[in-house]
Design a protein around this ligand. Structure first.
Ligand code: NAP
Ligand code: G4F
Length: 328
């Protein structure tokens, strides 16, 4: 019998790659979607005939309970969240409702319906915030720097708590930034590649950006969803850092993206202080090689791929307009 997986956030970047992977693995895939006044399934258009979409919302406990009762999944991947960090300062309460209480609602629905369901929570390197050590591992203390980061710390610990309180197979993937052509345009990688393409085509004369000095450990989303799946296939539930172990600055990203189009970035990039964050996460660098007493597989094995370079990242983030202009 095919395994059945429920993905919340299937319309997002990660949800779309994960749905593809699980279909390849022979799963029956059900995606949770919230109501919207217009279709927002562009990232999963190519697999719509192979997945089932069911309505529910992280804000509505009854809808989640009904969904789990109806689908009876073997595995739940909880990817749905308000994922854009700057928006969390504008809507801190709603961010907590989605990202913290939404996870509690999902976990509680799972334990009430069937405590054998395996549960994946999308935790984030943003939890490390003002980092206490470099590189960051599963044991690095959290120091979140945004309402988003704070909300994810709550979600992380409520997942650990449900695992320990109710013996659920509930795990958190502490994923560092991962990008792709399906990344939303407001995130820095897509904003840069799209901005370069616009300048190249004469559609814009500048790219306005925020903090050029921030460093991120960027990977490819298509790789990272495989790590999510593997975490749920282990014999024991545990939490893993997933990262490349390589960090680059936003300045380097901009430099390389413009140079691919044969342009000198310094002529076009303008820093707008309004885009600086009230509190910044300056430097993320993940260590995914930790082995816990030799008992569990290395997280790098879970990731199982080459180290991406920043040029590859630029390529990974490009699409449509960006692709044709940057000749990717
Ligand atoms: P994304 O592209 O922004 O997708 C977010 C998804 O959540 C969308 O499908 C969205 O649906 C859904 N959603 C938001 N609020 C919802 C609600 N109230 N009810 C139901 N669905 C809701 O994010 P992503 O990059 O794929 O990230 C997936 C998860 O990983 C998120 O939890 C994110 O915080 C976490 N994460 C991401 C990264 C990264 O670098 N990408 C790193 C670490 C952790 P709509 O289409 O309706 O908006
Ligand atoms: O691309 P970003 O917006 O991603 P950020 O804030 O690191 O968050 C992403 O990764 C997290 C994992 O660590 C996820 F949990 C989260 O959901 C999301 O996927 O910004 C990256 C860096 C920041 O330091 C920001 O200040 O780029 C800097 N930046 C500079 N100029 C900019 C801009 N970011 C954006 N979005 N737009 C700019 O103009």
């Amino acid at each position: 019998m095919a395994k059945r997986a429920l993905i919340t956030g299937i319309t997002g970047q990660d949800g779309s790659y994960l749905a593809e992977l699980l279909l390849q693995q022979g799963y029956e895939v059900v995606g949770m979607i919230r109501r919207s006044s217009a279709p927002n399934t562009s990232r999963i258009e190519h697999i719509l005939d192979r997945v089932t979409l069911k309505p529910a919302d992280l804000l509505d406990q009854l809808s989640l309970l009904r969904l789990i009762e109806d689908v009876r999944p073997h595995e739940v991947y909880n990817l749905a969240a308000m994922s854009f960090v700057p928006a969390s300062w504008d809507q801190p309460m709603l961010t907590g409702e989605f990202n913290s209480q939404g996870v509690t609602r999902m976990l509680d629905a799972v334990r009430r319906v069937d405590s054998s369901i395996r549960f994946y929570q999308a935790s984030s390197s943003e939890m490390f915030g003002k980092v206490r050590e470099v590189p960051q591992t599963e044991l690095t203390p959290f120091y979140p720097r945004s309402p988003y980061g704070v909300s994810k710390v709550f979600a992380h610990y409520i997942t650990v708590n449900y695992r320990e309180s109710y013996n659920l197979f509930a795990v958190s993937g502490i994923l560092f930034n991962h990008e792709s052509p399906r990344r939303g345009l407001e995130f820095v990688t897509r904003k840069v590649t799209d901005g370069v393409a616009r300048v190249k085509l004469g559609l814009a004369d500048r790219l306005t950006i925020g903090n050029l000095d921030a460093h991120r450990d960027w990977g490819f989303a298509g790789d990272y969803v495989r790590a999510m799946w593997l975490m749920l296939q282990q014999s024991e539930p545990d939490d893993y850092v997933i990262a490349t172990g390589v960090s680059h600055s936003v300045r380097e990203l901009v430099e390389i993206a413009f140079s691919r189009a044969g342009l000198d970035w310094e002529k076009y990039v303008h820093v707008d202080p309004a885009l600086l964050r009230p509190a910044e996460v300056d430097h993320l660098l993940g260590d995914a090689r930790r082995v816990d007493g030799g008992r569990r597989p290395q997280a790098s094995q879970l990731l199982g791929r080459r180290e991406p370079r920043i040029d590859g990242l630029t390529r990974a983030a490009c699409c449509r307009l960006d692709v044709s202009v940057l000749r990717i």
